[in-house]
Design a protein around this ligand. Structure first.
Ligand code: PLP
Length: 357
């Protein structure tokens, strides 16, 4: 008997999200494929998690992650009632879809962008439409606003291109659309500026943040959403009741109260990003300027295509991301920025492969 009579048609029809590979860490891979931070979390954060391990794990965690919301409010000069905490920022994106997207309603994004937006829309039985970025990677404000979408998602800096649109374009989109604008700031700590100052002027704007990239906590699954208090009240209704566990809340609170501990790590990553951009260009790759913790590199002409590059690097225990045969990405590799040591090994491996070409 076909399962189609039980499963909702939108689930049957959709393709699930494909994350990057998580290789066994015992083989000490040079792991540059999923944009994690190459540095361990600061000691204060690890200590806070250790302190939270104990008898109290018997109890449910704080239901609305209040300590995290208060620490975030302090760190980003908001009111704690404007902050919603998620199990990773992907969880916030799910809450946003659940709150705003009714069956058949439209979700729009500039493309190419983060490939999770599409399956999250389909889970909600929404329709999805991508609109190409304008030349020079500008936001297609008028085209997006004209669609009448319920939710417009904009990643800034964008993945997998790494570019960051001018904030003024985000402000114009908020003014022109009748829907909700989500500014996905998963990589914003590696960027020259952020959208916080737009929040006060636009009541249809939601900012999302992730602890997975700049805050070294991908394994703890923590994300934040910033919005008006009125919208936050609605998102709290659709959250899983205890969506952030006790250990993750301890980690998040410690990270937010010690953001200064991350400054040297972020700086080192941005320096390596500039260095690797130049180094790859010298080797014949075209590399777009990035404001994130990765670069997108177009493969130089030669016999090795994207599949081969990824496989040959993997054979040397170096993991990068290749997205496959989608037209824009088929000749490009995405490389996460690691430590100086990791990037040196990466470049040496690239040089070896180029020389046996
Ligand atoms: C990594 C990423 C996220 C998800 O982050 P988590 O907090 O790990 O769920 C969201 N948006 C973009 C654009 C990302 O690259």
């Amino acid at each position: 008997m076909s399962i189609n009579r039980w499963v909702r048609p939108n689930i049957v029809a959709m393709t699930g999200y494909t994350p990057g590979e998580q290789p066994k860490m015992a083989s000490q891979p040079i792991k540059l494929n999923t944009n994690e931070n190459p540095y361990p979390p600061p000691n204060v954060v690890l200590q806070a998690i250790s302190l939270a391990v104990g008898e109290n794990l018997r109890l449910y965690p704080d239901q609305t992650s209040r300590p995290v919301r208060e620490a975030a409010a302090m760190a980003y000069q908001l009111n704690a009632d404007q902050v919603v905490v998620g199990n990773g920022s992907d969880d916030l994106l799910t809450m946003i879809m659940r709150t705003f997207v009714h069956d058949g309603e439209l979700v729009a994004t500039p493309e190419p962008t983060y490939t999770l937006y599409r399956p999250l829309t389909y889970l909600q039985a929404g329709r999805y439409q991508g609109v190409p970025w304008l030349s020079g990677w500008h936001l297609p404000v008028e085209a997006l606003a004209a669609l009448g979408a319920k939710v417009i998602l904009v990643a800034r800096p964008n993945a997998p291109t790494g570019h960051a649109i001018p904030l003024e374009e985000v402000a114009r989109l908020c003014e022109q659309t009748t829907g909700i604008v989500v500014l996905d700031e998963a990589y914003v700590d590696f960027c020259r500026d952020n959208g916080l100052s737009l929040l006060a002027q636009h009541d249809n704007l939601i900012l999302t943040r992730s602890f997975s990239k700049s805050l070294c906590l991908a394994g703890a699954r923590i994300g934040l959403g910033f919005m008006t208090q009125k919208l936050a009240q609605q998102l709290h209704k659709v959250r899983d009741s205890y969506n952030l566990d006790t250990l993750a809340q301890a980690a998040a609170t410690a990270a937010l109260t010690h953001l200064e501990a991350y400054v040297p790590l972020t700086l080192a990553i941005c320096q390596q990003r500039e260095r690797i951009t130049q180094a790859l260009r010298q080797r014949g790759f075209l590399v777009q300027e990035s404001q994130a913790n990765f670069v997108l590199a177009t493969i130089p002409p030669g016999r090795r295509d994207g599949h081969n590059w990824m496989a040959d690097l993997k054979r040397q225990n170096v993991y990068i991301r290749y997205f496959g045969d989608e037209p824009f990405l088929q000749d490009k590799l995405r490389i996460t920025i690691g430590t100086p040591e990791q990037m040196a090994i990466f470049l040496t491996t690239i040089d070896q492969l180029l020389s046996d070409n």
